[in-house]
Design a protein around this ligand. Sequence first.
Ligand code: FAD
Ligand code: NAD
Length: 469
Amino acid sequence: MSDAQHDVIVIGGGPGGYAAALYGASAGLDVAVVEQHKVGGTCLHVGCIPAKELLEAAAVYRTVAGAAEFGVSAGEPSLDWSAVLDRKQQVIDKMMAGLSSVIKQRKVTVYPGVGSLGPSGTVQVAAADGSGLTLLAGSIILASGSVPRTIGGFDVDGELVVTSDELFSISRLPASAAVIGGGAIGCEFASMMGDLGTEVTVLEALPNILTGCDTEVAKTVRRSFRKRGIEVHTGVTVHGHEPRPDRSGTVVSFGEGKQVDVEMVVVAVGRRPRTEGLGLEAAGIELDGRGFVAVDDRCRTTAPGVWAVGDVVDSPQLAHTAFAEGMLVIRDILGEDPNPLDYHGTPWCIYCHPEVAFAGHTEQSAVDAGFDVVTSIHRYMANGRAQILGETDGLVKVVAEKQADGTGGRILGVHMAGPWVTEQLGQAYLAVNWEATAADVAGLIQPHPTMSELFGETVLSLTGRSLHG
Ligand code: FAD
Ligand code: NAD
């Protein structure tokens, strides 16, 4: 016996879960979402949106600090952290209201509580008040997301040691911080805190920050961090920390006998899939070797009628990947025989200063994949709009397949670091994913003066001719 029946039940209302629900409902399916906290998930409440909002506060601070260069006197900027957090919350609240309203309009039923798989196509919902429900559906989608990974010796207390979950509500910005992990989260937080006045030290275990990015791009960010006083140590092991007796700070030990005395430690060492308590084993759902829910190329789990999307599966841990997987699964449920997603072409945007954006092969990964490659790099220093903005740090690098005459053929990857590159990636993303050639793109007109001209010029020079650079 069930308390209610739906075509599709989604466990988890983050980007993966709500995308499946909204897209499914728009296709005429009766969809329900079980959510234990708030719809919007990590992305809206403690991820993409608040991180970008705080980075925008940092950008405003930088603009005010540099206003005199433009002949505008704004005085020394000063920070009201509680006002910064208030604005961040207002943005979240407005987006939450919009999301809730579209969920309602589409007649998606939201069940508050913890969802788990029951027998024979059922989902059990345990509500906070102790009550329970049994729901029945022909199709079930797991979208329970991920949680921050932690490291031994760094117990998260929300004050001395925080992860991204706590950082968005700390009562004051620390005077100094050690950020453990120089990945996407580590670099965004280091950039934001550094620009707002915190003395930041990044401790990264691997030889480079931003692993996975093109080396020129990672170097550009590192150089900018150095210029802005953000210290970066790569290839270091973090051993532990010793809080001051009054817990006003702590001393972090790393590398060969090195130490850094800071007010706060931010642990940003990756995120692990949230698979516990879902009843996976009893339902016959297997995990892969890394603990993610094992799925095929259409996000089908090892149990018939159950799919999994988003951070709980081993694909790029991004909101837009989760959206795409949610829609793919609905098309599979509808029997539309959808093409699997091409994760290789995924657009990546990291919003530290300078911003980073890329899609497709890096130079190294193209070589490793057996391509004969040719590359072209152009720098924002030579771009008029970037000069006007006063933001000339950065570059565009295009990786193309080398043709017999040495010019560039198919565009394999585009890598950018610099001003507003997260908004400039669009045409590069299309070029890579539409398998355009350098000649295809070089024939198109770029608006002047824009920063996106730099992409056009970088591609143009792969044809063996060029304009400015
Ligand atoms: P989640 O967003 O984690 O949502 C899962 C939901 O399921 C949660 O609401 C949770 O409460 C609920 N849930 C879990 N278990 C149960 C259960 N048993 N019953 C009921 N409900 C349950 N990605 C980008 O693309 N761009 C960015 O700029 C970006 N910035 C980020 C910045 C930070 C600081 C962080 C932490 C992440 C960022 N990400 C970014 C990653 C992005 O947030 C995730 O990839 C995305 O949220 C994954 O969506 P999801 O739906 O799979 O999971
Ligand atoms: P990450 O995998 O990007 O980076 C983690 C970093 O921590 C790695 O460089 C790793 O080498 C390092 N590390 C791991 N253990 C360490 C240790 N003990 N000591 C020192 N360094 C250590 O993970 P993240 O930055 O936590 O972000 C998680 C995911 O969230 C990302 O993979 C990304 O998919 C998503 N995210 C995306 C954005 C964006 O798209 N703008 C922003 C933030 C997060």
